[in-house]
Write a protein that binds this ligand. Sequence first.
Ligand code: ZN
Length: 370
Amino acid sequence: MIRERLFQDFREMVKIPSPSGHENMINTHIIHRLEALGARVEYDPGEGGPIGSDGGNIYAFFSGDPARKTILLSAHTDTVTPTVSLEPGLSEGKITGDGTHILGADDKAAIAVIFELLRAAREEGFAHPPIEIALSISEETGLLGASLMDITRFSSKEALVLDMSGTEKIGYAAVGARDIIFDITGKASHAGWAIDEGVNAILGAASLIRKMKTGTVDEESVFNIGLIEGGEAVNIVPERTRIRGEIRSFREGKMDVIVRKALEAAKETEKEFPGMAIDVTVKEKYKPYQNDPKSPLIIALQNAGNSLGRPQSLVRCKGGSDANIFNYKGLESVVLSIGMEDVHSSKEYIYLDDMVRLTEFLIVFLKERK
Ligand SMILES: [Zn+2]
């Protein structure tokens, strides 16, 4: 029964494309479902205007035993592209897309599980705490919806973000990330008759990159140079080159060190190429977080797993999620695996059994939560 309903709910949602910035249609569908299941919903489609979205974040409230600690469940309603209204395949329990577009199990599978939880709570009538639900927009484009979200509307002190690959995993820590951009300005000149009058910005870029430690910087940090652009023609000494990279680390301090070394490398490169100027811009994308692996929330999640004979493993996430934003805003949040695999690709899939198992796990967690 649970299996069929989960699949039907999921199927209905993947029929409605919701690329980041265009979430209003799926949100309208989700809100109808949440209200039909007995939740009270707050929604303003204008909320996402400042981040270029046609929708807003969904704030939903489902009553429970007020003597128990309220819990916030969270997921996001947008997906990466390419998307289309698709009919998911279901073969031997494996749900797949059409091979060309993303399936959108990231993160619609989590929303289907939330629907099933509310339905199970009503049907079975078990005692559970009040449940708050935060469904963000434009997560995939930089956690923009969660950044905008007014979490003071929620009373929960703890949140479960349902948005990680794998199964039976609790993400108790995650990296932070910063973009770093180097704008290298040299001097243009004709490469035929005035090559020595030029200052070659591409050579400056090459020298700068060689001075910096990239790839795995230490056991908690990585630094990737991802984009380079510059030059005009083979017979012109290039005046401008831009390099763009990304730093990720579990520690703010370590990101500071990488940035400082990058600034030093830029200064050295300027000295090496007289007449060259290098501007360095650093943009924070999200902060890292590190929760206590022995916090009451994590112990309770592990206990729920043990009650089912499915021990949960604690992991540190090498990517960001809405949990980064919630933790920064003071709401203790962990990420849970939902079974989705090969996300952000046309090979994305999820096993229906893993959605069932996540639902069962959360039901036990809710029943046990005091
Ligand atoms: Zn996601």
